[in-house]
Write a protein that binds this ligand. Structure first.
Ligand code: TXA
Ligand code: MG
Length: 308
């Protein structure tokens, strides 16, 4: 076993925290079965404790020890795991994952990340690792180790370095009940891919009775600077975050208009532009299809007035 992984497993065994790469963003992980360790995640992030956490597993077999897997969930896991898809399922009655991770609900979110370091870590640890994104609460999600260090400075956790995350936005979160599947958060796996496998799912913008993910704070992904969406050009002092051909862009999410590339660049470019060189960040329009749903959702949150 790689010595860094060994060190990380030792830390997790002792109830400590480990930041690790996934294909979406970096996670701040703890032993999912240890209440105190799980609590220290909320403390470290300064996160409101009503927001439940994702338990990261290395396989469907590991997930099946803790949650009840419905036939639809099984199909989704078989097709999209490992990958950027989180499934919210009923906890088994003997589930040993900390109740704090479920924030008082009878469900648990599980996900198998598609990253070799994350998978090796979970496999070596032998139990699920609960992890939110490794940013401080209310800050932009980290897609590189440097982002974590920017947020925490001297207080930075132990970090397994996996370089830049490929997907760049968090996982798609789906609630799987016996009788319905509902989108709780748009993310790295396009809803179109999910619907082509299992048929239509309940979507928040379309269906009035769609459930809300707890703790979806409006200003969750906030940069320090004000952010403006659907901007044709920058005003005086603003940085322009481009999409598609744009010679005026300060930085461009994807000059060719590729949504996958834009998602991968999103948080890192927001980090780069969020500095005192500018008075604000203007973002060009992003089309609503595929990963565009997740990108626009994150931008909308980042453009909300801060909740402190
Ligand atoms: O890509 C990702 O999902 C990253 C990486 C590290 O895996 N993790 C991540 O975690 O984004 P976090 O804690 O920032 O977001 C978890 C989302 C939240 O929107 C939360 O409300 C929802 O999942 N969630 C977790 N457990 C839930 C549950 N039992 N019921 C409903 N929503 C849940
Ligand atoms: Mg987060």
């Amino acid at each position: 076993m790689n010595s860094k992984i060994k060190e990380a497993v030792k830390l997790l065994d002792q109830g400590g925290l480990v930041a690790f790469p996934t294909e979406t963003v970096y996670g701040l992980g703890a032993d999912a079965t240890n209440d105190t360790a799980t609590a220290s995640i909320y403390e470290k992030k300064g996160r409101p404790s009503f927001n439940p956490l994702i338990a990261h597993v290395d396989s469907t077999a590991m997930a099946s020890k803790y949650v009840q897997i419905t036939p639809v969930a099984q199909k989704l896991m078989d097709t999209f795991w490992p990958g950027p898809l989180t499934l919210v399922l009923k906890r088994k009655t003997d589930c040993t994952v900390s109740l704090l991770a479920s924030a008082g609900l009878d469900t648990l979110a599980v996900r198998c990340p598609n990253n070799p370091i994350a998978l090796e870590l979970i496999r070596a640890f032998g139990k699920p690792i609960v992890a939110p994104s490794a940013n401080k609460s209310g800050r932009i999600s980290p897609t590189t180790p440097e982002h974590i260090i920017q947020d925490y400075g001297d207080e930075a956790p132990f970090i397994l370095d996996g370089g830049a995350c490929q997907v760049g936005v968090e996982s798609t979160v789906l609630l799987c009940d016996e009788d319905k599947v509902a989108v709780l958060r748009y993310g790295g796996l396009p809803i179109e891919d999910i619907e082509s496998l299992i048929g239509p799912v309940i979507r928040p913008e379309r269906d009035e009775d769609a459930p809300h993910s707890p703790g979806q704070i409006k200003s969750h992904y906030a940069p320090h600077l004000p952010l403006r969406m659907n901007a044709a050009k920058a005003s005086q002092g603003e940085a322009l975050l481009g999409f598609g051909h744009s010679p005026a862009a300060t930085l461009n999410l994807s000059p060719t208009g590729d949504l996958k590339q834009a998602a991968a660049n999103l948080f890192s470019m927001m980090h780069q532009l969020d500095c005192d060189k500018y008075t604000g960040i203007a973002v060009m329009p992003i089309p609503m299809r595929g990963l565009g749903y997740a990108i626009n959702d994150r931008l909308k949150r980042a453009s909300q007035p801060r909740e402190k």
